[in-house]
Design a protein around this ligand. Structure first.
Ligand code: AHM
Ligand code: MG
Length: 335
């Protein structure tokens, strides 16, 4: 049987090679602990009666599940352990959570969605946690929320945990993408997916087709051409998937290629799209780019979008490079 490296062995070896700081090792370990705890709570959620809705809504006006709130508390508690973390930005919390009064350049900002896809919880379908880390660019005399509005291109770490049939932890620190699986029994994350790659070509795409009437002409054209199969301009058959859990869709793409789309359409144009830039689109974009794929808004690279708000939303096209390039070219043609 293959001997798998533990997450700690991997992190310490990366630190030794100068690929990450000792503070980043500690922070990733704290995030991994959060994910272990959340996985346990999800697995036992039905017994604890926590799979349902909380009597609260978040800043986006979405009704929170009890586990959204619990998962956020777990992240807040554990991310605060690393003394270099200056602030947290959570999907579930309106304000930026400042942990330091006078943050210094190089301090970490952690953006996270503690439980993505939580509408899937009570039907026992995969959900996940997403996280992203950037460094503060300058010392702050006073904390100011505008300081967290940093482009995704500056991320120094991103990852997600997928709570599926097994719990996976996928990580990048800008040196490729590596995947770990939580081993039931000893509690370790062991490396099971080293150096993950997204192939350039695919015959699979994911989009919420119930929104088809709201799509712009480019997305309509792209999807119609895929559905035309071997008789159409693409000359090949496409398969379609929709889990309604971005983490599960991105994980599938990392394993076997594909394209994930949540574009801006006439139904979500007022907010700029559905998915959030800082803690959904940016970390997934960084991971997919590090694996050789692409991440675009249709108007440019997601990682180059200058954030204007910490809960900002964005149009998302992520996955195999040939498909993202094709849709980008359709947007250019349409101008
Ligand atoms: P959430 O952060 O409130 O869970 O919303 C994000 C999720 C993504 O995981 C998923 O891709 C999308 O929302 C599903 O949207 P829809 O309800 O349109 O299927
Ligand atoms: Mg989310």
């Amino acid at each position: 049987m293959t001997a798998h490296h533990t997450l700690r062995q991997f992190l310490l070896s990366e630190e030794k090679q100068g690929k990450m700081s000792s503070d980043m090792v500690l922070l990733i370990e704290d995030i991994a602990t959060s994910c272990r705890i959340i996985a346990h709570k999800i697995r036992n959620g039905a017994f604890m009666d926590i799979l349902g809705t909380a009597d609260t809504s978040n800043v986006q006006g979405e009704t929170q599940k009890q586990l959204d709130v619990i998962a956020d508390e777990v992240f807040q508690e554990h991310c605060a352990n690393c003394s270099r973390v200056a602030a947290l930005v959570s999907e579930e919390i309106d304000e930026v959570i400042w942990l330091k009064d006078k943050p210094k350049a190089g301090d970490y900002l952690v953006y996270y969605d503690p439980l993505d896809g939580s509408s899937n919880l009570n039907v026992n379908i995969s959900v996940g946690s997403i996280f992203s880390v950037v460094e503060l660019e300058e010392d702050l005399v006073d904390v100011a929320d505008a300081a967290v509005l940093i482009k995704g291109a500056k991320q120094i770490c991103a990852g997600y945990a997928l709570y599926g049939p097994s719990t996976s932890l996928i990580l990048t620190t800008g040196h490729g993408v590596n995947g770990f699986t939580h081993k039931i029994g000893n509690g370790e994350f062991l490396m099971t997916f080293p150096d993950m790659k997204v192939g350039p070509a695919t015959q699979e795409f994911a989009i919420n087709a119930s929104r088809a009437r709201k799509w712009d002409p480019v997305i309509k054209r792209y999807v119609e051409e895929c559905l035309d199969g071997t008789d159409g301009p693409r000359g090949k058959s496409f398969n379609m998937r929709w889990v309604a859990s971005m983490v599960a869709e991105i994980h599938r793409i990392l394993i076997r290629g594909g394209l994930f789309m949540y574009p801006m359409d006439s139904g979500n144009a007022k907010t700029g799209g559905k998915l959030r830039l800082l803690y959904e689109a940016n970390p997934m974009g960084f991971i997919i780019e590090q694996a050789g794929g692409k991440a675009s808004t249709g108007q440019g690279r997601i990682l180059d979008v200058q954030p204007t708000g910490h809960h900002q939303r964005v149009s998302v096209l992520i996955g195999s490079a040939e498909e993202v390039d094709l849709i980008d070219s359709y947007y250019r043609d349409a101008q």
